[in-house]
Design a protein around this ligand. Structure first.
Ligand code: IPD
Ligand code: CA
Ligand code: CA
Length: 260
């Protein structure tokens, strides 16, 4: 099976999930998994439709999803693993704020090779496969050319429960003063997809999960950007921190994080 088939299948899975999100609108129950960390019927139904579709198309593949105890990480020698956030930006979905998406990545032999992020509100399908470029619908993506932080638009995300995480607000303050502006969309996958699309110049965070970043990491790399951990080491998407940039701003941002 080639990556083109996998990326097409992931797009179809995301489209099916988008239908589910639309169907559940204004009907779902909301529950807090922990303080301010929401889950709805739509999250569960979206994950189920995606998981069932992959099980039917690729019965020998594994599945890792945010909800319902599907969080086993692939290990060495694992089967190809689909990594899914059925709604990234659930708080936005609950408030009918159109900044949420379905995020799907595929890991094969320890490497992320396919990424799909679907924003159903804007009908924007971001998709990428290793060596085949990153795309927004039919348009090829390239990260921005912004060379200086003063001209840059940056994005970040915060954990649902900010208590004890006030240090993260210091970075918000610092970058507010040293960039053109900042955005906090409430969706990690959209933040990163927007870096791939050249809308944002960089993105940093300290609270990610693998299902937030698996798809969008492929988008950024295929669009010519760079993703590392915040300390500059090779990116481990199973760790909570990430720095994703257009490449031009990477060294400067690493040095800022290093010097705290
Ligand atoms: C949230 C988003 C957000 C991040 C939060 C996550 P969810 O994911 O990715 O950007 O800052 O920490 O909880 O819960 O909507 O899938
Ligand atoms: Ca998420
Ligand atoms: Ca989610």
């Amino acid at each position: 099976m080639d990556l083109a088939t996998y990326v097409d299948t992931a797009q179809e899975a995301a489209r099916r999930a988008a239908v589910v999100l639309e169907q559940w609108k204004e009907q779902f129950q909301v529950r807090e998994k922990s303080r301010a960390d929401l889950v709805t019927d739509a999250d569960l139904a979206s994950q189920k439709v995606i998981q069932d579709y992959f099980a039917q198309r690729f019965p020998d593949h594994a599945f890792l999803g945010e909800e319902e105890g599907c969080q086993n990480h692939p290990g060495p020698g694992s089967r190809p693993t689909w990594i899914v956030d059925p709604i990234d930006g659930t708080t936005n979905y609950v408030h009918d704020c159109p900044l949420y998406c379905i995020s799907i990545g595929l890991e094969i032999a320890g490497e992320l090779v396919v990424g799909v992020v679907l924003d159903p509100s804007r009908n924007e399908m971001f998709h990428a496969a290793k060596g085949r470029g990153a795309w927004l619908n039919q348009r090829r993506l390239k990260t921005s050319a912004t060379p200086r932080l003063q001209e840059a638009l940056l994005a970040t995300g915060f954990p649902p429960d900010m208590r004890g995480q006030e240090r993260q607000l210091d970075w918000w303050r610092y970058f507010s003063l040293h960039t053109r502006s900042l955005r906090r969309t409430g969706s990690t996958a959209l933040n990163m997809a927007y870096v791939a699309a050249g809308r944002f110049d960089a993105y940093w965070a300290f609270d990610n999960h693998i299902w937030d970043v698996a798809g969008a990491t492929v988008l950024i790399r295929e669009a010519g950007g760079i993703v590392t951990n915040v300390d500059g080491t090779d990116y481990n998407p199973y760790t909570p921190d990430a720095l994703a940039t257009n490449g031009h701003l990477h060294a400067e941002l690493l040095s800022i994080f290093k010097n705290g």
